[in-house]
Ligand binder design. Structure first.
Ligand code: PMV
Length: 315
């Protein structure tokens, strides 16, 4: 039996994070400069039926059966075995590596799930279709994030820009004119589930106020889609700035995020906002009439721990 390898990209949310959990549209795009990779190899020398899981970056080297039930990689394997209908798989080793920063809003969890599901199902001779891969990755997101919208697993599975409305069929869309983003990492690890839970509590305490904020985010996401499809990149920067103000009002920004957003604008970004769950993790800045490397340097000077430059719409 040969080895099987699958990869999945990172992602950033351009518009509509948090509001998307409450039914508003959001836009997310793949970030192909970073990726998760899963390789399945036959378990030569392993006792029959043994599945060994290795993820060197998190110092994991364990038989599957010794992993806790809620371990994301265990769930990816168990759900895949159930989906392909294989109860007694041959011994195999699953090795996961990833260049996607953890807990930073770049979709690392979803990418690991998607790559693992693809590699394991292909190894077992039943490569799953994107729709099934996406459904399994969503199940895993639910266990780890509480009430995820499904946007992360969707953009990572299809590796295409998506206009996402929770519970509705996936809409990918055309990028008329590619545009360049600089992603800046605050270095503050911030699990998405906590920010999502806090927004839920705040919404429960002030439904009217929060729904007003969510509606505005939805309006921005639809306007952004129109701008991206028609190549009016000039409209995007101000929409990013507006979206950041709304996220601040929801309580999901942080001093570190605000500092990087300000630094990006001061260095000539056409717009900037936090991206993803917030509180830490990443922000994004639109580089239109400024060299993206200059923006990246300005972000590092303002305290970013890492930057990624990505052009959206270039395949
Ligand atoms: O932190 P990230 O990039 O995984 O994004 C989470 C996006 C939220 O809207 C905050 C949550 C969700 O499930 O959509």
């Amino acid at each position: 039996m040969p080895n099987f390898t699958a990869t999945a990209p990172g992602k950033v949310i351009l518009f509509g994070e948090h509001a998307v959990v409450y039914g508003q549209p959001a836009i997310a795009v793949p970030v192909t400069q970073v990726q998760a990779r899963a390789t399945v190899a036959p378990g030569i020398g392993l006792p029959s039926g043994t599945i060994q899981v290795q993820a060197p970056e998190i110092a994991l080297d364990s038989p599957l059966r010794a992993l806790p039930l809620d371990h994301a990689i265990k769930q990816a394997i168990d759900l895949t075995l159930a989906a392909v209908g294989v109860a007694q798989p041959p011994a195999f080793k699953l090795k996961i590596t990833s260049t996607i920063p953890l807990a930073a809003g770049l979709g690392s969890g979803a990418a690991v799930s998607v790559a693992a599901v693809r590699a394991v199902s292909a190894f077992l001779g039943h490569p799953l279709a994107d729709e099934q891969v996406n459904a399994i990755a969503f199940e895993i997101e639910k266990i780890h994030h509480g009430t995820p919208s499904g946007i992360d697993n969707t953009v990572v599975t299809y590796a295409q820009p998506v206009y996402f409305v929770k519970g509705q069929p996936i809409e990918t869309f055309v990028i008329h004119t590619p545009f360049t983003l600089v992603i800046g990492d605050t270095g503050v690890a911030s699990p998405t589930g906590i920010a999502v839970r806090d927004v839920r509590k705040a919404w429960e305490a002030d439904k009217g106020g929060y729904e007003g904020l969510f509606d505005e985010c939805g309006r921005i996401a639809s306007a952004a889609r129109r701008a991206i499809e028609s190549g009016e990149a000039g409209a995007l920067g101000p929409l990013m700035d507006e979206n950041h103000t709304l996220l601040q009002a929801m309580g999901v920004s942080s001093p570190e995020l605000d500092r990087l957003v300000q630094a990006a604008r001061a260095a000539g970004a056409a717009g900037a906002k936090l991206s993803g769950g917030g509180r830490g993790g990443n922000m994004i800045a639109l580089a239109r009439e400024v060299d993206p490397d200059r923006l990246a340097n300005a972000l590092m000077e303002a305290g970013a721990t890492n930057t990624v430059v990505t052009t959206v719409g270039h395949r």
